[in-house]
Design a protein around this ligand. Structure first.
Ligand code: ZN
Length: 88
């Protein structure tokens, strides 16, 4: 699988680290333990288009939000979520 990094271009997935579901919203720090447990450990496993967060660890070190079809691995879109050079 190849991921189109907005900074570096089309790169091998081996250069990236998967950082999780990009749709998960973090609760406030004062939220109870059950809420934090659900946020951290309970994961959906959707089939079809899904927003994921990837870190280009072996490249520009930026975070990229990728919309990927989990059934076909087709990349539908990719956008930068950190400013260029922020991770360097
Ligand atoms: Zn990159």
């Amino acid at each position: 699988m190849r991921i189109p990094c907005p900074v570096c271009g089309l790169r091998s997935v081996s250069e990236f680290t998967y950082e999780g579901d990009a749709t998960v919203l973090r609760p406030p720090l004062e939220a109870d333990g059950d809420t934090w447990f659900a946020t951290v450990y309970e994961r959906r496993n959707p089939r079809g288009p899904h927003a994921e967060l990837w870190h280009h660890t072996q490249g520009c070190r930026c975070f990229v939000e990728v919309e990927r079809d989990t059934a076909t691995h087709a990349i539908l879109s990719a956008r930068l979520v950190t400013p260029t050079g922020a991770g360097i």
